[in-house]
Ligand binder design. Structure first.
Ligand SMILES: Cc1cc2nc3c(=O)[nH]c(=O)nc-3n(C[C@H](O)[C@H](O)[C@H](O)COP(=O)(O)OP(=O)(O)OC[C@H]3O[C@@H](n4cnc5c(N)ncnc54)[C@H](O)[C@@H]3O)c2cc1C
Length: 296
């Protein structure tokens, strides 16, 4: 199939892009990696009258570590494959490397971008789940203002975000977890490269006695959006045994999986909780090892 006719524009600067969005707002679709947008255009599920290609905006790419705020700023146009290879990401946010490796296939990862995945907001996608868990902050820019939106406020539901039609996502800033933390990501999909039916991830810090002192936990595919699980995180503090981990994971109460052709709601819930237990256990074990190394 072919897309409906549209005007194609490729701005050379961010101000030019913002001016265009300001003028045409919800008539424009932004084209980044095209891995989600192009199929939607070809199937005529989206029929914008204008498509703005942002691939010429080099300022939107790249990764920077700020030692003062202990955060990593990742440009909106950073490709999934760049996340996998970037030395700053590897050093400070290695969990994003593991998450990006799970996305689709090489061709998709080579074109697909961070902001494209976040704005598309598939509830099973890996990067929204990771950004919600890691408390990423999204920089959304329009001609008139710059807003910072917490990941958890950005994802509103199935393929829906808080982004306004005249806004561009410019970057995402992610706080770096402590060096003595451990992490893990687990997901279940029918075939290699498919979107996950359910996914879970955890970043855990422990004290020298092996008690959990801080936990960040996220799930995907279990409700209308990738999300953090504060109720599980709170329940994990002080825990130091497998039984405590399972009890905390079972507090995952605010999920509402739905039946679809891939899996029943009941199956998603069951698999989601098991993946969560497994990711917390692995992150916990890695954290104990990391704490030992840091304190030696
Ligand atoms: C076969 C296949 C398998 C896939 N498997 C997976 C998978 O397992 N896991 C996964 O997470 N993803 C998967 N994807 C999706 C892939 O990760 C996409 O790259 C991603 O969802 C969209 O990124 P993109 O850069 O291609 O965005 P595009 O398709 O170009 O755009 C997607 C949306 O984001 C908007 N947008 C893009 N950039 C910006 C910006 N800077 N500011 C504002 N709006 C913006 C666009 O207007 C559009 O609405 C798969 C895709 C395919 C085709």
């Amino acid at each position: 199939m072919k897309p409906a006719p549209f005007e194609y524009i490729r701005p050379g600067t961010i101000p030019e892009a913002l001016q265009y969005l300001h003028q045409w707002g919800d008539q424009v679709k932004i084209l980044a990696g095209g891995q989600s947008l192009i199929p939607l255009l070809n199937m005529r599920l989206a029929e914008p009258s204008r498509v703005m290609d942002i691939n010429g905006l080099e300022e939107l790419s790249g990764v920077r570590y700020d030692p003062h705020t202990h955060t990593v700023r990742i440009g909106a146009l950073t490709r999934h494959q760049q996340l996998i290879r970037d030395p700053i990401i590897l050093e400070h946010l290695p969990m994003l490397v593991e998450a990006a490796k799970l996305i689709g296939h090489l061709a998709i990862r080579t074109r697909g971008t961070l902001a494209g995945s976040l704005v598309h907001a598939d509830p099973s996608a890996e990067l929204p789940l990771m950004m919600a868990m890691l408390r990423g902050v999204f920089e959304c820019q329009s001609l008139e203002q710059r807003r910072e939106v917490a990941a958890d406020d950005f994802f509103l539901g199935f393929y829906m975000t808080d982004l306004q039609p005249e806004e561009l996502v410019v970057s995402v800033t992610v706080p770096v977890p402590s060096r003595s933390s451990g992490y893990a990501i687990r997901e279940f999909s029918r075939r290699h490269g498919d979107f996950a039916i359910a996914a879970a991830s955890a970043v855990i810090s422990t004290d020298t006695q092996g008690r959990i002192v801080q936990a960040m936990v996220g799930v995907g595919g279990l409700s209308s959006r990738g999300m953090a699980c504060p109720e599980v995180e709170e329940a994990l503090v002080g825990v130091k045994d497998p039984q405590g981990i399972r009890e905390a994971a079972e507090r995952l109460d605010n999920i509402e999986p739905t039946d679809d052709v891939q899996a029943s709601a009941e199956f998603r819930r069951h698999v989601g909780i098991e993946l969560l237990v497994e990711s917390i256990e692995t992150a916990y074990s890695n954290a104990k090892q990391a704490t030992k190394e840091v304190t030696q």
